[in-house]
Every structure is written in C-alpha cells, then in structure tokens.
Design a protein around this ligand. Structure first.
Ligand SMILES: Nc1ncnc2c1ncn2[C@@H]1O[C@H](COP(=O)(O)OP(=O)(O)O)[C@@H](O)[C@H]1O
Ligand SMILES: [Mg+2]
Length: 465
C-alpha cells in the first residue's frame, strides 16, 4: 500500500492506475442497459419479496403474545386477562408453541378480545378508541416534496398503530414508486388498480354534465374516450384491496400511476372548469368510503404534482415529516412556500370566477397541519431541533421520532416496528424503538381526538363554528 512521508497509508483516491482502471471497466451503457439493470432489480426484488410469504404467496401478519396484548393493546393485568378467557370459553383462547407455553393470538382475535373487554367493566371505554358517531372518517396526508424524509415510514407506522388501537384504516398510495403498496403486500397490475380510475371518473362525470349543457345550448358534445367511459363504471370499491392486516385496506400504486401527472393537465385544458383538486375527495365521499373507515392515510410522492395536490386537498390533517438537519429544514420551508402559492392560485382562480357570477368564494382549510421531526438523533441534532421548535411553535409536532435501527433491521417481510417479533431483538432496543413510534402515534391521536371532539361539539351547537 502506498504511504505518505509520515508512513501513513495514502487516502484511497491516490495512486489509481489508469490501465488497471480500464481493465476493470465494462462497456458503455445504452438505453437498453437500463432495461437490463431494471430487470436484475426486479428479479432481486421478487426474491426478497417472496421470502416469508405464506403458501398463497401473500404476506401474513405475525401473532401477538399475551404479554404484548396486556402491555400494549388491552391494558389489563395478565392474570385478569387469563381469568376472563378461562371464564369465557367462546372467546379466542390463543395458541402456544409448547405445552403450557405463552399464548399467542392473531390480530383478528385481539380485536375480538378488545371488543369483549370494551363492553365490560368500568374503565372499559378506554379499550375502544374514540370515534364520534355520525362523523366521517378523517383523512390524513403525509407529504413533503423532499424524498427520503420518512413520509412512507411515518404513514405506514401511523396506519399500523391506529389499526392496533382498533381503528378501521384505509391506506391510499399516491406514489407511483409503490413503497406503501409493497409494505402492505398490495397487488397492482396497472393504473386501473390504483386511484387513477377515481380521478378519471370525476373528470368523466364533469365532462358528461358539461356535455349536457352543450347539448342544451345546441353545441356539439366533447367525446368521452374509451378509458373515461370505462372509468365511469368504476367505484372506490373496485380498487380497494384487503391486506394482511385485518383492519387495514389499501388503494395501491404502481409505476403507471405516474401517467396521471400527464393526463390530468390534458383533461384540465379540455375542461377549464373541472375542479381537479376535488377529484379524490369527491369520489371517496360519493362511494361511501368515509363511512366504512375511521382513518384514511394518504402517502404522497416526493413532488408537488397533481396527485399530491389531490391528496392534500382531500386531507383533514396534513403531516410534513423532515429530518432535523439544515438542508431538510430549508427544503421543508420551501415546500410550505410552494403549498401556499399552489393553493392560493387555485383559490384565486376559483374566486375570480365566483365573483364574476356573484357566488360565494372558496377557501381550502385543514383541521391541523403539523411538521414532524423524523429519524432524530438526540446526540447530534438537539440544537437544530430546538431552533426549529422555537421558530415553528405549535406547527411542530411535540414528539421527535427517533432514528431507530429496528426499521432497517426488521427484515424483508416485516415492515417496521409493529410487524416485527420482539423476540428477534434485545428487549431494550425493542422497547425504545417501539416507544418512539408509539409517541409519534400518541401525538397524532391527541390531534385527531381534539379535532373530532371539536366537530362533535360544533354539531351539537356547543361551540361556535
Ligand atoms: N425513524 C427512523 N429510523 C430509522 N430509519 C428510518 C426512520 N424513518 C425512516 N427511516 C428510513 O429512511 C428511509 C426513507 O424513509 P421513507 O419513509 O421511505 O421516506 P420517504 O417516503 O419520505 O421517501 C428509509 O430507508 C427508511 O427505512
Ligand atoms: Mg415514500
């Protein structure tokens, strides 16, 4: 090895021999080279993805132990838990790996047990998560135009915590990279299995109504092409799939969903009055989705394109994850700036038309917007996080989600903390990793319950709207 004058090894970038470098080089890459690389990735991916699938080739969710249930899911004393099960042989009794060993339950069984405990006793209320009657599901979008900031991880973990808490959850993947879809084992063949047909139907219906007006005026209608006609027959239920979680459903994504970014502006050019930002909200509402679920989590691509705008406009709660570093804070500030100009220009355009017609204007509104610090390293980032907190005040979620090795370590088939079996980790590492995501959920849930309570009281006329 080459050494410097003091005898230390030289840095690795010195003394590279060009002839040796040439000998190691492969041939130049052509366009077709990308296809070959993509194909190698696809094969590797399906190898990874197939590990740990059940016989039917689907993901399966692990079991939950009596310890975990009584510690994290139904907070009763383990002895009481066992007693109640013994007294009620009709309840799920769990299975054990060894004779007399710990009992393990499926999540489905946990949900039935929770319903039972929830219907009993004095503190029972607490076992069932609060959801005011008669109010629609809350939609939560997780967005930031920077990639790798923890959007998908945060959305997936919140969805799983909410499901463990007993809520009925729908996850909508608007990112054509489909990470969220992989996490939930979704199968999507093309854009017709994604949110795309819902957007297409919204436009198709607009066009149909528009055509009726044209006919009434004696003008020629605009043609509805084949795909719009097909979309008019589709509902949210056609694209919702179940997952390996009994109370999480999915509208998946796939590369073709990106097509929407090109199609939507073309539609908008053809019909200037089409409210493209309302498409997702309107279709979810019209198809009754907001009554079937308690929470809808929308994962968005790292861009402020038409899909993200639709997701954000549909959202009641907006979460913006970012890391406590200068660059991520800086670009998150710009993201908020872009949000302002994007939605302000939509409002301006709409309200100009409304004023001309003497109609009331519109304004977007979100129940709450929170920036969330993710992948936090207290030893390195404390100062920056404190500064961010000072400037953002209440907009910053009070909990900083710690960096945890559990996320990367969990393995191919398990996505994050809640799918991992705690026996695979040092108990302390597990408890710490889980705690930070439990706290992330707790901060979110406090927000959610406050918002639901506000609406409940407004509906009863107890609060001025
Ligand atoms: N709290 C965390 N601790 C450790 N790694 C994390 C954490 N949150 C996210 N990551 C990792 O950071 C990377 C980017 O996260 P991801 O959620 O995919 O971001 P985005 O959706 O914004 O692109 C992933 O490799 C993910 O596993
Ligand atoms: Mg993502």
């Amino acid at each position: 090895m080459a050494k410097d004058n003091a005898g230390n090894p030289l840095p690795p970038y010195f003394n590279i021999d060009p002839d040796q470098a040439l000998a190691d080089l492969d041939t130049p890459t052509t366009t077709g080279g990308f296809a070959a690389i993509a194909e190698a990735c696809a094969r590797g991916r399906s190898d990874l993805a197939s590990r740990g699938l059940d016989d039917a080739g689907r993901k399966s969710l692990r079991l939950f132990s009596t310890w975990e249930i009584t510690r994290y899911l139904i907070p009763v004393a383990p002895a009481h838990f066992r007693r109640v099960l013994k007294q009620n042989p009709d309840l799920p009794q769990g299975t054990s790996e060894t004779d007399g060993g710990a009992k393990w339950f499926t999540l489905d069984e946990v949900l039935r047990l929770r319903a039972f405990f929830g219907a009993q006793g004095s503190k029972a209320k607490n076992y069932l998560p609060y959801r005011p009657e008669g109010l629609p599901a809350k939609l939560v979008a997780v967005a930031n135009f920077k990639g790798g900031v923890g959007k998908t991880s945060t959305a997936a973990h919140l969805a799983m915590s909410a499901a463990l808490d007993g809520y009925r959850v729908l996850v909508i993947d608007l990112d054509s990279q489909g990470s969220m879809t992989s996490i939930f084992g979704g199968k999507v063949d093309d854009e017709w299995g994604t949110a795309f047909p819902l957007l297409a139907r919204h436009y198709g219906e607009h066009l149909r109504a528009d055509n009726q007006r044209r006919l009434d005026r004696g003008e020629a209608p605009q043609p509805l092409d084949e795909s719009l006609t097909a979309a008019l027959d589709m509902s949210a239920r056609d694209v919702i799939q179940s997952t390996h979680w009994p109370n999480i459903d999915l509208i998946g994504a796939q590369l073709n969903l990106y097509w929407a970014e090109f199609q939507i502006p073309v539609w908008r050019m053809a019909a200037r009055t089409w409210k493209l930002w309302d498409a997702l909200t309107d279709r979810l509402e019209a198809d009754g989705v907001l009554n079937d679920y308690d929470l809808v989590f929308i994962d968005t691509p790292p861009a402020l394109g038409y899909l993200t705008i639709n997701g954000l406009a549909a959202a009641d709660i907006l979460l913006v994850p970012f890391g406590a570093s200068f660059l991520e804070f800086d670009s998150t500030g710009r993201f908020f700036d872009m949000l302002h100009s994007t939605f302000a220009s939509i409002e301006e355009g709409e309200n100009m038309a409304a004023r001309a017609l003497g109609r009331p204007g519109m304004a977007f509104e979100w129940d709450a917007v929170r920036a969330v610090i993710t992948r936090y390293d207290g030893a390195q980032q404390g100062e920056l996080a404190a500064l961010v907190q000072a400037y953002l005040g209440q907009t910053l979620s009070p909990h900083r989600q710690d960096f945890t090795a559990l996320i990367g370590q969990a393995g191919e088939q398990v996505s994050g903390i809640y799918e991992a079996d705690y026996r695979d980790f040092n108990r302390e590492t597990y408890a710490r990793g889980r705690e930070t995501f439990d706290e992330t959920y707790a901060a979110f849930k406090r927000l959610l319950l406050g918002i639901w309570r506000r609406e409940e009281r407004e509906a009863k006329g107890e609060l001025a709207v």
